[in-house]
Design a protein around this ligand. Structure first.
Ligand code: AMP
Ligand code: TRP
Length: 330
């Protein structure tokens, strides 16, 4: 059976962008693939984060994974830090990626350009190395991610070519990034030329936000000149973003969403309909989240997930250790 693997880092409250670009698609793989979904808690340490916040965010993400339809019988749900093989494989693969290529990663350039150059942590620079270890440790065939993470999966693919060529055998499986048909990059509601990210409360919709506040944010979303509803990212970035959100949550194409609104010439009416679809979807998630967050389910799922993940990870790690010649790894 083919394998799918992905994760989210618990650095903040999950947004509608995380949901549409990543989370919503994770469950698409649980019937036909062996599905591994984890919380990238070690990655969350690459930028300063309060320890209590990290703890709570981690718990929230697991509850949201379950609330969004991941079935722990079908999907192995676990914490990166519970499977020490991630760090062990990281220590090996770091020697097959180059500083030049790591310094060209868009995420690193974006983050480091806003920092004091002399205090950029090694972890944020080496972020894609650990991410490659995460992927390779499970022989993943596909890696569902939003657009901003595609470059990191591509770097992992370069590593696979390089490593397999060096040892002249297929030690690592070649992973393929896969993206949602609609909504690989949801934009901020306050500035639709910027990505919706966990750190922009005005332009963000959070999955655990009050429903009234969500509705308000959509009604106030920045829109464009004119009154027609159609998709054109340059002319109408705000409308295009709302159309994308609508299409994704309705599971239809952008063209079908345009068709649906072709006779609507008032942005207010359009926004009202988008808001009602978003609120409906998020309220269902919140209802399930509330049932889960204070139950024992989270700990049970993580305990079982760590055991299942470790089994696979240990095998792959041993194979790699033997390949590179680490003594006594039979
Ligand atoms: P992060 O918030 O960076 O931990 O991202 C977790 C997952 O959500 C990754 O697969 C991202 O590509 C995806 N993601 C984050 N923000 C967005 C967005 N605005 N639109 C679509 N996907 C996103
Ligand atoms: N970097 C991803 C993000 O920010 C999280 C992540 C860590 C990941 N390791 C991964 C995603 C491996 C897919 C596969 O969202």
């Amino acid at each position: 059976m083919k394998r799918s693997l992905s994760g989210i880092k618990p650095t903040g409250k999950l947004t509608l962008g995380n949901y549409i670009g990543a989370l919503k698609n994770f469950k698409n793989y649980q019937d036909e693939y062996e599905n591994f979904i984890f919380v990238a808690d070690l990655h969350a340490l690459t930028l300063p984060i309060d320890s209590k916040e990290l703890y709570q965010n981690t718990k929230d993400i697991v509850a949201l994974y379950l609330a969004c339809g991941l079935d722990p019988k079908k999907t192995t749900i676990f914490l990166q830090s519970d499977v020490s093989e991630h760090s062990e494989l990281n220590a090996i693969v770091q020697n097959y990626l180059y500083m030049g290529e790591l310094s060209r990663m868009t995420q690193f350039k974006d983050i480091s350009s806003k920092m004091n150059q002399s205090s950029i942590g090694l972890g944020i620079f080496a972020y894609p190395v650990l991410m490659a270890a995460d992927i390779l440790l499970y022989d993943a065939d596909v890696v569902p991610v939003g657009e901003d993470q595609k470059q990191h999966v591509e770097l992992c693919r370069d590593l696979v070519h390089r490593f397999n060529a060096r040892y002249n055998e297929e030690v690592f499986k070649m992973p393929q990034p896969v993206m949602a048909k609609v909504g690989t990059r949801i934009m901020s509601l306050s500035d639709p030329t910027k990505k919706m990210s966990k750190s922009d409360p005005k332009g963000d919709i959070f999955l655990l936000e009050d429903l009234k506040s969500i509705e308000k944010k959509i009604m106030r979303a920045t829109t464009d000149l004119g009154s027609d509803i159609y998709y054109n990212k340059e002319e109408k970035p705000g409308i295009s973003n709302l159309l994308t959100i609508y299409a994704s949550l309705k599971n239809i194409s952008i063209e079908e969403a345009e068709e649906h609104f072709k006779d609507c010439h008032r942005y207010g009416d359009f926004k009202k309909e988008v808001a009602s679809v978003v609120v409906e979807e998020i309220s269902k998630i919140q209802e399930k989240y509330n049932e889960i967050i204070n139950s024992n389910l989270i700990d049970e799922v993580l305990k079982d997930g760590a055991i299942r993940a470790k089994k696979v990870a240990k095998n792959v790690l041993t194979r790699v250790q033997k390949t590179v010649g680490l003594y006594g790894k039979e």
